[in-house]
Write a protein that binds this ligand. Structure first.
Ligand code: NAD
Length: 177
């Protein structure tokens, strides 16, 4: 059996990692879709699709992941009604979907997929929003992401990128007033 899970992974954190581990306990192969692949260099989406692929690939390798996985960037499209077909056109066929995102759940169920809800791990801390906030405010965040993600963020100077984005948005906002 092959399962699909999809997320923006901005960044890929330990909650996401636990979900991959749980899914791989019950299926033979896992397709990890990297959503909103076309978006990067924004406050809510600082990392490119390629950087997110690297975070996940390295995390799987460093943790000795034994299962079969495909990591596939998926760009957003304008029409939700055909998004599942778009997803299918970019991935190997899959039998079930794991997601807690209400729109993903709805669209996949409407196409007849069985959707399972992975458990949430420490949602208050293992959260992309919380991790990005901590990066910007110089609070402790490195314990919330796996080593593979940490390496990639270091290599691309991701924290500085995020801080620059905040500063540029602030300064643009002031100029625009
Ligand atoms: P996300 O990174 O916020 O979350 C990914 C998954 O991880 C979710 O199922 C979430 O429940 C889970 N998760 C998050 N924190 C967790 C924790 N602490 N413990 C366990 N699990 C945790 O990404 P998302 O927003 O759900 O991604 C959906 C993607 O699908 C987006 O990129 C969205 O744009 C895309 N999408 C696009 C269209 C379209 O283009 N029309 C339609 C639907 C969805």
């Amino acid at each position: 059996m092959r399962a699909l899970t999809i997320g923006r992974y901005q960044p890929f954190h330990k909650g996401h990692m636990n979900v991959i581990w749980e899914i791989s306990d019950v299926v033979d192969e896992i397709v990890i879709g990297i959503g909103s692949a076309q978006i990067s260099h924004e406050l809510d989406n600082p990392f490119t699709a390629g950087e997110r692929v690297a975070m996940i690939r390295r995390t799987l390798e460093l943790n000795g992941f034994k299962g079969m996985s495909y990591i596939i960037p998926i760009e957003d499209i304008q029409r939700n009604s055909i998004w599942t077909s778009h997803l299918e056109s970019m991935t190997p066929p899959f039998d079930i979907v794991y997601s807690n995102n209400p729109l993903v759940v709805r669209l996949c169920k409407e196409e007849g997929y069985e959707v399972r809800h992975p458990p949430l791990f420490k949602r208050d801390e293992y959260s992309g929003t919380e991790i990005r906030r901590r990066m910007i405010e110089d609070e402790r965040w490195t314990h919330l992401v796996p080593e593979g993600t940490l390496e990639v963020i270091d290599e691309v100077d991701g924290v500085q990128r995020l801080k620059d984005i905040v500063r540029e948005e602030d300064s643009y906002g002031r100029k625009a007033e």
